[in-house]
Design a protein around this ligand. Structure first.
Ligand SMILES: [Zn+2]
Ligand SMILES: [Zn+2]
Length: 408
């Protein structure tokens, strides 16, 4: 459990309170914040000497507002006018914070921490107190007055010097606490999630092998990303035709959706659902439905009465290359609904060339171990010792490798 010393040391302060703030003491419900000026002062801070410098420079000068004689501040004001125009510190009237209703930890700059009442008050003051830029030797004292379990009045006394003159002011903001559920509690709860991802295939069931290769890309993705407490999966399992997952982060769901289409083609449909309203803001849940095409890269497909190899994915559909000659074409997901896989990449074989001439090669048929002959693919380089073959329409067919007219 972080004590306030730790927090003061590790979390940079907001606004004018520089990172050089150090905590002086903590007694009962009081705390003291002391600002160390060594970082920004031009010389060792000494208000009196600065003031006399101002006097020397002014040589017969007078207050630019009321005409009073020196001593004057560096802005050429007499003390009375400087005080009229200067506010040492500002603070909002109310400060909002969130506390987990289950474990009482507080939301602190995107994370959650257990802190006692004074430590959290100290931190909120630090985040909300804005000091005059010229202020030096600043000390902040505060006490906490509980009004009810969700409302505290903070009494904050600030003192410091500006141009060598001592200033002090005080604030009494309300620190209001609203209920939330912290990330670890949400995770434990199990029924919390922001997004549902549905893995499906176009017009058929995904088989187990496909499911596991789709699912494994999520683990790869999580390993490659910065850890985030919201990147959890609260529930997953098989459903008719595919697999469903519930996860803690919409952005994770979207990133995974992009990875899926990049790796396996297909499309992603997003539909948000409003699940409630929290403090006037609609809370939505995202359903992201991924549809994997019925074909994969390297599969031989029949499309518009020709044989093609699925080459790569574009946003709107695959790029296909022809089996029997150099030709490439793009097809849309919709066009491809009329296609069929005639020999999946996983069913294709790599065989050794036993003999070859300019148009054909002999190889051992992997199904019956007899020597057979197959026509060489159009992009054969005349040298290759292996061929990729597929059993299509009752016979082995050698498949082109690159579709670019060469093997390299
Ligand atoms: Zn004046
Ligand atoms: Zn909690």
């Amino acid at each position: 459990m972080p004590c306030c010393h730790l927090c003061l040391d590790t979390i940079p302060s907001v606004g004018f309170l520089s990172s050089l703030i150090s905590k002086g003491r903590s007694t009962g419900s009081q705390s003291l914040i002391t600002r160390n000026d060594s970082k920004r002062s031009r010389k060792p801070s000494n208000g009196a000497s600065e003031r006399s410098t101002g006097n020397r420079m002014s040589g017969g000068a007078f207050c630019i507002t009321c005409g009073a004689d020196p001593p004057l501040s560096t802005g050429r004001l007499c003390e009375a006018c400087l005080r009229k125009r200067t506010i040492l510190s500002k603070m909002p009237d109310t400060i909002q914070q969130m506390r987990c209703a289950k474990c009482d930890s507080f939301e602190i700059r995107g994370g959650w921490s257990s802190m006692d009442r004074d430590a959290i008050a100290d931190m909120r003051i630090r985040d909300n107190l804005v000091l005059d830029e010229r202020a030096k030797k600043v000390t902040v004292d505060f006490s906490v007055q509980e009004i009810d379990p969700r409302t505290n009045r903070l009494h904050v006394d600030v003192s410091g010097t500006i141009d060598g003159y001592k200033f002090r002011d005080s604030h009494s903001p309300l620190l209001q606490t609203s209920n939330a559920v912290c990330t670890p509690c949400a995770r434990k709860d199990g029924d919390y999630f922001e997004a549902i991802v549905q893995l499906r295939s176009a017009g058929r069931k995904l088989n187990e092998k496909e499911l596991s290769s789709l699912r494994s890309t999520l683990d790869e993705l999580l390993q490659s990303m910065e850890p985030n407490p919201m990147f959890f999966i609260s529930k997953e399992g098989p459903v008719t035709g595919g697999w469903d997952l519930q996860m803690g982060s919409k952005s994770l769901a979207r990133t995974w959706g992009r990875k899926l289409t990049k790796s396996f083609g297909g499309s992603v449909k997003e539909s948000p659902t409003v699940i409630g309203v929290n403090e006037g803001v609609e809370v939505t849940r995202l359903t992201l439905s991924y549809r994997k095409p019925a074909y994969s890269i390297g599969d031989a497909v029949r499309f518009k009465k020709s044989l093609w190899i699925v080459d790569s994915w574009q946003k709107n559909g695959p790029i296909l290359r022809k089996v029997d000659r150099f030709e490439r074409t793009g097809a849309t997901w919709r066009d491809m609904e009329a296609s069929s896989v005639v020999c999946a990449r996983s069913e294709q074989r790599i065989v050794q060339v036993l003999n070859r001439d300019s148009s054909a090669a002999e190889f051992m048929d992997p199904s019956d171990y007899k020597v057979s002959t197959v026509a060489l693919p159009y992009d054969d380089d005349g040298l290759s010792e292996e061929l990729r073959i597929g059993f299509i329409d009752g016979m082995w067919l050698a498949l082109p490798l690159s579709g670019k007219g060469g093997r390299k």
